[in-house]
Ligand binder design. Structure first.
Ligand code: ZN
Length: 139
């Protein structure tokens, strides 16, 4: 794995948390993006090599809403950047880790992502992410 790409934080109110983190990090949120498949709105901050991703549920039945209901707001996942997500998923599956999705899915911020079940990782939800190449037509 290359580095900690971002840390995901579950929040109840995205706009309130955006202003909070803008004050905390002394930087502005550079992107917000809705990920329909995950029922979340996300907001991103750059902090050196690493990003902070705020996640707010768009649906009261969504995974983030359920997480907050159970555990309250707070750290939700750590995302590691990988060079080849398919290879890394294969390696981890072979090591006995449980992948939450068998094929990489399109996540926020132009990434292919895969999550590992937190039961096998000391309770920490781990995300693998690989930057997608920008579409050739947009270059
Ligand atoms: Zn993430």
């Amino acid at each position: 794995m290359l580095k900690v790409e971002h840390i995901g934080i579950a929040v109840k109110n995205l706009s309130e948390s955006i202003s909070l983190f803008e004050k905390l990090l002394n930087t502005t949120c550079y992107k917000t993006e809705e990920v329909g498949s995950e029922q979340v709105n996300t907001a991103f901050f750059r902090q050196g090599e690493t990003k902070i991703e705020l996640l707010a549920s768009t649906d009261e039945e969504g995974v983030i809403a359920k997480f907050i209901e159970k555990k309250g707001e707070g750290m939700h996942h750590i995302a590691f950047e990988v060079q080849d997500i398919h290879a890394e998923m294969g390696r981890l599956a072979q090591q006995g880790f449980r992948l939450l999705n068998e094929i990489p899915k399109k996540g926020a911020d132009n990434k292919l992502v895969c999550f590992l079940h937190p039961k096998g990782t000391n309770g920490v939800l781990i995300e693998l992410c690989q930057e997608l190449q920008p579409d050739a037509h947009t270059l």
